[in-house]
Design a protein around this ligand. Sequence first.
Ligand code: CP
Ligand code: NVA
Length: 302
Amino acid sequence: MKKDFLTGRELREQDIYHLFDLTKTYKTSRRKKRFTSLLKNHTIGLIFNKPSTRTRVSFQLAVEELGGRALYLSGDTIQTSRGETVKDTASVLSRYLDGLVIRTYKQEEVEEYAQWCLFPVINALTDFLHPCQALADYFTIWELNGTLKDIKLLYIGDSNNVCNSLIIGADILGVKIMVASPENYQPRDEVLSLVKNRDIVVVDTDPLKFVPEADVIYTDTWISMGDEKEVEERKKIFQPYQVNKKLLAEAKKNFIFMHCLPAHRNWEVTDEVIDSKNSVVYQQAENRLHCQKSLLHFLYSG
Ligand code: CP
Ligand code: NVA
């Protein structure tokens, strides 16, 4: 049976640790050019209805370094932009391709592709979730700490797709996640209803309550793709949530600063923090490539 990666819930805790080990191998062997032929004779389509730097480039490379071919399909150039249905598109692409990576607006659209496609479908970000990001983020924390046991992750800002996927990942992996967001921008039932162990998620409006105990401090943009109409309003509401030196005054000395990127520098995070020695944002971005190879390995082997 084909496997999809739509919410992150497709992976159990033991699968994730298996992927982490595999990711380490892919990461260390990359420069030795010892690529596998896992995707030989496979063509994977990349449909992007929103901009992307990291996800697009890392998936294209991951597919090609595993011996496959990646076909970039910009959303505005395919017939879905003129109203062709997902069912027709997926049914036709099923006769050409061997997989689809999709970035779009509605989570339901990715799920509908998965329903009609005869091959694996991977969620490369929707308004609701960004599971590939969370996979690489937890790998990065594990890589730096050697374990996820007793890790406390503080997410500050808008409870968006990235925050939702970090919550789901925390639930699977048993990581404690603290979310500090303004009222009306806190995690919704839509995501909380997917959480099995509600004790692992704590939500408050005040980031300072959580800063001293956080091992990882994570933020993301206040204006996700699709939220552009609310820029001025959001800038005002989120200003107290800017991750800056003052907000971090009581933080642990060795906390890790994370951001999925792209960052709006000096909005949600100051240069001083994102460029500090605590910041691991480029390592995090690099790990997208290695983790996605493991994910493809999981989806295409056995
Ligand atoms: N973090 C992330 O998904 O970045 P891109 O939007 O550049 O793909
Ligand atoms: N929350 C951001 C993530 C970008 C990778 C967005 O959806 O725009």
